[in-house]
Design a protein around this ligand. Structure first.
Ligand SMILES: Nc1ncnc2c1ncn2[C@@H]1O[C@H](COP(=O)(O)OP(=O)(O)OP(=O)(O)O)[C@@H](O)[C@H]1O
Length: 347
């Protein structure tokens, strides 16, 4: 089932939680809605689910206009951040709930429901846990049961609102890899909300970056990381080092420094050059921009060199890969800094 969101808007008083959002989600895709707190992720997910009416625009499920249909009519599977399992029901009863509560005419018989529950218990790798109660499960196991419960109804789409938000970091990573494998098995069209860029980049086929209720960029994780469409996306995804300067005739120059950099297509005027810390090379003084090493931080697999670049207001970080025999500049040393891969945006 593919999904189309066309010109969707949602206001709360004077706040535009969603502002003219257009998005197509292909059948079988796993899509992440990513953005900082308040960017509209949850509002968009709830509008897709039918939990919240849109003020403007349409939501299409395949060829069906679902804008005015309820959650139940849309037949979506929804998983909340906090495991919303029924505490007085066993795991198997929780999973069966959506099927058992269907009107009699559409309710499968007992044996079919039992078979479906067994299949789902196997799928979430908890085959022996059907008779347990939620309080007898770990946080990660509860979220897997919540997912099985959402899948039990053969949903048109699976919608997950920060599904791993309440879990500790290690379990989060395990579960997201598990979810990716599960998705590869089921091919279920899935939309999930996260504010964790690692989670979005690792898990999703495509990432939708939201900002103040608008879509800032949609792309594959690689596109979002390697070719951010704006300074906002560059800053939000991964680490960024920045040089201030000006663009004239498609070239970027930092003030008072030799050399200029490609800024094709960027309007003349004040601008910033953004790069990933590992996309800068440090050489001898005169080989690139004049800079002084202000600190060196050694991490497990990389060395972070903090630089004061002449004429620049802020600190600049360049990463070196910690390979054997690497020459690390010492604090106070004068060096030449060369941006290798970068993007320039107007300010
Ligand atoms: N019920 C509400 N009443 C008033 N304003 C709301 C309501 N729900 C959301 N908002 C506002 O709408 C905007 C978008 O909120 P939303 O919850 O969709 O953001 P989010 O990206 O999911 O944030 P978070 O990561 O913090 O959950 C915010 O400015 C928020 O304050």
């Amino acid at each position: 089932m593919d999904l189309r969101i066309e010109g969707v808007g949602k206001r709360y008083g004077s706040t535009a939680a969603l502002d003219h959002v257009d998005l197509h989600i292909g059948s079988g895709e796993l899509v992440a809605l990513l953005g900082p707190s308040g960017s509209g992720k949850t509002t968009l997910l709830r509008v897709i689910a039918g939990l919240l009416p849109a003020d403007a625009g349409r939501v299409l499920f395949g060829d069906t206009d679902a804008t005015r249909l309820s959650l139940r009519e849309r037949n979506v599977g929804f998983v909340f951040q906090q495991y919303a399992l029924f505490r007085h029901m066993t795991v198997a009863e929780n999973i069966a709930f959506g099927l058992r509560s269907r009107p009699r005419s559409r309710r499968p018989d007992r044996a079919t429901i039992r078979r479906r529950v067994d299949e789902l218990l196997a799928l979430i790798q908890l085959p022996e846990h059907g008779d347990r109660y939620p309080e007898q499960l770990s946080g990660g196991q509860k979220q897997r049961v919540a997912l099985a419960r959402a899948l039990a109804i053969d949903p048109t789409v699976l919608l997950l609102d920060e599904p791993f938000g309440a879990l500790d970091a290690k379990v989060r990573v395990e579960l997201r890899r598990w979810l990716r494998r599960l998705h590869d098995q089921t091919g279920q069209t899935t939309v999930f909300v996260t504010h964790d860029q690692d989670e979005a980049l690792e898990l999703a086929d495509r990432v939708v970056v939201l900002r103040d209720g608008r879509i800032e960029q949609v792309g594959t994780p690689r596109e979002i990381y390697d070719a951010p469409a704006s300074a906002y996306v560059f800053d939000f995804i991964g680490r960024a080092s920045v040089l201030e300067g000006t663009v004239a005739g498609g070239r970027f120059s930092p003030p008072g420094q030799p050399g200029d950099f490609d800024a094709t297509g960027v309007a003349d005027g004040p601008a910033r050059l953004y790069l990933r810390p590992h996309d800068a090379a440090i050489g001898a003084p005169g080989e690139g921009l004049d800079a002084t090493v202000s600190a060196v931080h050694t991490r497990a697999e990389r060395i972070v060199v903090e630089l004061a670049v002449a004429g620049q207001p802020g600190a600049f970080e360049a990463d070196l890969v910690a390979t054997p025999g690497i020459i690390v500049p010492s604090s106070g040393a004068a060096v030449g800094l060369r941006p290798l891969r970068y993007r320039v945006f107007s300010t």
